[in-house]
Design a binder for this molecule. Structure first.
Ligand SMILES: [Zn+2]
Length: 442
């Protein structure tokens, strides 16, 4: 078997050739990948074959498939995956691994062991996902190629220590150890103070984790001076960026869901869709907001074909870096979290989390906040620091943002409550942190 480190490097070098600067070449490459992927899946993934059959489509007409979501993916898990695994067994292994803190739970697949992860989704169905060794190492190679500080490949000549701070799916990433490059996975179920000490001792050159976790470690006294901090799994907000840059160093953002690696930063600091590996279709929700329907062009253990995400994106124009993959202007947030507030004419108006985040990020010196809709016309705000002046500015900015979205800002009640203090000895919370959320359902 080829050693892990070598596979990662091979994937990293291959990635160099997939960073297309010509849109036509990128699209031709992706179309070829898609055709090969769909022909293979039509044979090996019974549920994918069933979807094609029910829609009366050939594998090459996959773009006309009706989209599915997490519920369908879980509902047809046993016949969707190509490793012949049953959801029941997968969940049992994953839960046992979580309680025993063994982060590399595997099940036997036809092409070697398959790693099992549970998605830390915030609502509804719990997601389980499967990744083969090859897929895991390929992922690491892409991350490495895109995120090691340039120039490539000279960056490899330096000794690199890569720290991954990830949730229970972390088993997926605990893979590479070599002479030049060392990846270390930090178990997020350990107390924050312990993690902070471990991270300081490791002295990473590349530090990868969710912004909320990185911040918690900083607060708990972690000292590290990586060349780069990579924010994954959560939207990176201005308040976090400023703190992390001051505490650790330059911050870049990766946009990843359990369904796939969706966007990566370019050397100019902008996010670009990962279009050489994932095909994006869009549902237009108006006002520039697009909901992605994604198809993974490479991962085969658990296929992702015309899969609708809950996140909303706003795409941007071209980028000065010259990459052909489209630029993500911003990640507006999850549709589940969009606030539903009364409009001027009594109708219900959607306020995307993005607008509230924008308003809060205007407040000088704000370290932390929450904004939660708790009733038909009630928005609960928590601020840190929590001062009279801060509350007045928050109220002003939030009301202005509501008005911009067409909500009747005067009818919305703003309630201020203190923010619960974090506990340094507790593990990092399992659920993804959401600063803006709708807790009320109509
Ligand atoms: Zn760019």
């Amino acid at each position: 078997m080829i050693p892990d480190g070598l596979l990662v490097l091979r994937s990293a070098f291959a990635e160099s050739r997939l960073m297309f600067r010509d849109r036509d070449r990128l699209e031709r490459y992706a179309a070829g990948q898609a055709a090969a992927q769909m022909r293979w899946l039509a044979v090996h993934s019974p549920y994918t074959a069933q979807r094609l059959r029910e829609a009366e489509l050939s594998p090459l007409e996959w773009r006309s498939l009706p989209p599915i979501g997490k519920a369908e993916m879980m509902g047809h898990f046993d016949t969707l995956n190509t490793a012949g695994l049953r959801l029941e067994d997968v969940l049992a292994v994953a839960r046992r691994a979580e309680s025993s803190r063994d982060f590399t739970p595997t099940l036997p697949g036809p092409a070697g062991p398959v790693t099992v992860g549970l998605s830390s989704g915030t609502s509804g169905t719990q997601g389980a996902f499967l990744v083969s060794r090859a897929e895991r190492l390929q992922w690491a190679g892409v991350i490495l190629r895109r995120l090691l500080p340039p120039p490539w490949p000279a960056a490899l000549l330096k000794r690199q220590r890569v720290a991954f701070l990830l949730r229970a799916e972390g088993g997926l990433y605990r893979s590479v150890q070599g002479r030049r490059i060392d990846f270390r996975f930090f178990d997020l179920l350990r107390p924050v103070s312990e993690l902070a000490a471990g991270l300081s001792a490791y002295r990473p050159t590349l530090l990868i984790g969710p912004p909320s976790v990185l911040r918690a470690l900083l607060t708990a006294g972690a000292a590290a001076a990586p060349e780069r901090v990579v924010a994954v799994a959560e939207v990176l907000e201005q308040v976090d960026r400023a703190l992390l840059e001051a505490g650790f160093g330059p911050v870049v953002q990766v946009y990843q869901a359990t369904e796939g690696l969706l966007a990566l930063p370019c050397p100019h600091g902008h996010l670009h869709l990962n279009e050489a590996h994932v095909h994006f279709d869009w549902e237009d929700l108006g006002g520039g907001y697009l909901r992605p329907v994604i198809t993974d062009l490479r991962r085969r253990t658990q296929p992702v074909v015309r899969h609708r995400l809950d996140d909303l994106l706003v795409l941007g124009g071209g980028c000065t870096c010259g990459l052909a993959a489209r630029r993500v202007e911003r990640i507006a947030g999850r549709q589940d979290d969009a606030l539903l507030l009364p409009g001027a004419a009594g109708e219900s108006v959607t306020v995307w989390p993005d607008f509230i985040r924008g308003a809060m990020n205007l407040l000088a010196g704000l370290r932390e906040y929450r904004a939660e809709q708790t009733g038909a016309d009630t928005l609960r705000l928590s601020l840190d620091p929590d001062t009279g002046e801060g509350r007045a500015s928050a109220e002003r900015e939030v009301r202005a943002a509501l008005r911009r979205c067409g909500a009747d800002a005067d009818r919305v009640r703003l309630e201020f409550v203190p923010l619960a203090a974090p506990d340094a000895d507790a593990p990092v919370p399992r659920a993804k942190r959401r600063r803006v959320a709708r807790l009320w359902t109509p």
